[in-house]
Design a protein around this ligand. Structure first.
Ligand code: ACO
Length: 322
């Protein structure tokens, strides 16, 4: 039966030029490459110098639009997931829309769901497309986590990085089972303290720094990531064997390995880029997706499952036929 589907028309990504290696970090806090790489899988991360979240997002968006072979003028929705907006208001999505040349009148707004932000944004855009309200949606995850990192706290500053990833979703009326096959998002309000910033607009009038109970987050993350992925697979009427690639949120290599193991997915099917980018929160999944499409690893016709978990706690997954 013909139905409206959200098809991935193009992906893009952008990383700031400056990298900070584990050895660089060992000059700032009492740490070393061996501790960081064995506990987290991270060896380097990209850090902005003068760029803002909207700059990273706009660069990723331009690449996604070019790959989708459409112009910014064709867009009728911009959704940006971030926890590091340029301003409290207006939404960074509007700043990005201006930078890439989106028409006046097109809705643009931010979503705050931490590391799950991109899955939340994708879910929303997919449903607006399926309702017939949107034809071309730009969905972005972008962060400058270096701005909310406590560079004196070795327990957190080694984990995060800056970056952006973007996807153009296009409405297509088709009989084929393509594009976004399923989405599912979750939150658990009993866990608002384990991972948060030390401040915010209405508490301290400044964003503060990320503070985290690492072990608590770790314990929750594997279950949540597996649940997000498994639910997406079930809702798409697929089995694990139908999946070509699993793209988990890149938080920690041990969390990624634990998730794959719990799901029964072979390591060879798991997309990992954490070594060179660290945890980029909402940017993590679209960044990994775009890099791996560009490298030819993820190919047209393949089925991928994305899954994310972050502060809140929030989590969720999606199944996508590229
Ligand atoms: N370098 C050297 N030593 C360190 C460092 C560091 N950067 N950080 C902590 N240590 C020390 C601690 O002080 C502690 O020393 P002690 O035993 O003398 O007290 C020791 O290493 C062990 O510390 P733990 O916190 O117990 O280390 P753990 O094995 O739990 O690893 C980590 C910490 C990597 C943060 C882990 O808990 C983790 O990955 N948690 C998940 C959190 C996460 O990924 N959050 C990202 C955001 S949420 C998300 O994206 C899903």
């Amino acid at each position: 039966m013909m139905s409206i589907r959200s098809v991935v028309a193009g992906c893009g990504h952008y990383l700031p030029a400056k990298t900070l290696t584990n050895n660089d970090l060992s000059k700032i806090v009492d740490t070393n490459d061996e501790w960081i790489s064995t506990r987290t899988g991270i060896r380097a991360r990209h850090i902005v110098e003068t760029e803002t979240t909207s700059d990273l997002a706009a660069n990723a968006a331009k690449m996604a639009l070019a790959n989708a072979k459409i112009s910014a003028e064709d867009l009728d929705l911009v959704v940006l997931a971030t926890i590091t907006p340029d301003y409290s208001t207006p939404a960074t999505a509007l700043v990005v829309a201006e930078k890439v040349g989106v028409k006046s009148g097109v809705p643009a707004f931010d979503i705050s769901a931490a590391c799950s932000g991109f899955v939340y944004a994708l879910t929303l855009a997919d449903n607006m497309i399926k309702l017939g309200q949107v034809k071309n949606a730009l969905v972005i995850g972008a962060e400058t986590l270096s701005k909310v990192t406590d560079w004196t706290d070795r327990g957190t500053c080694v984990l995060f990085g800056d970056g952006a990833g973007a996807v153009v979703l296009q409405a297509k009326e088709t009989n084929d089972t393509i594009g976004i096959l399923s989405t599912k998002i979750f939150a658990d309000c009993k866990h608002t303290t384990e991972l948060r910033t030390s401040g915010g607009t209405s508490t301290t009038q400044s964003p503060g720094f990320i503070i985290m109970e690492g072990k608590e987050v770790f314990k929750y993350a594997v279950n949540a990531l597996a649940e997000g992925a498994n639910k997406a697979i079930e809702l798409a009427n697929l089995t694990i064997n139908d999946i070509d690639w699993l793209i988990p949120h890149q938080a920690n290599i041990r969390i990624i390995d634990g998730t794959a193991q719990r799901m029964g997915v072979d390591k060879s099917k798991v997309i990992v880029n954490i070594e060179n980018v660290g945890n980029t929160s909402a940017a993590s999944i679209p960044l990994a997706l775009s890099q791996n499409i560009e490298q030819g690893k993820i190919q047209k016709g393949q089925t991928i499952v994305i899954t994310a978990m972050g502060a809140g706690f929030t989590w969720g997954g999606a199944a996508i036929k590229i």
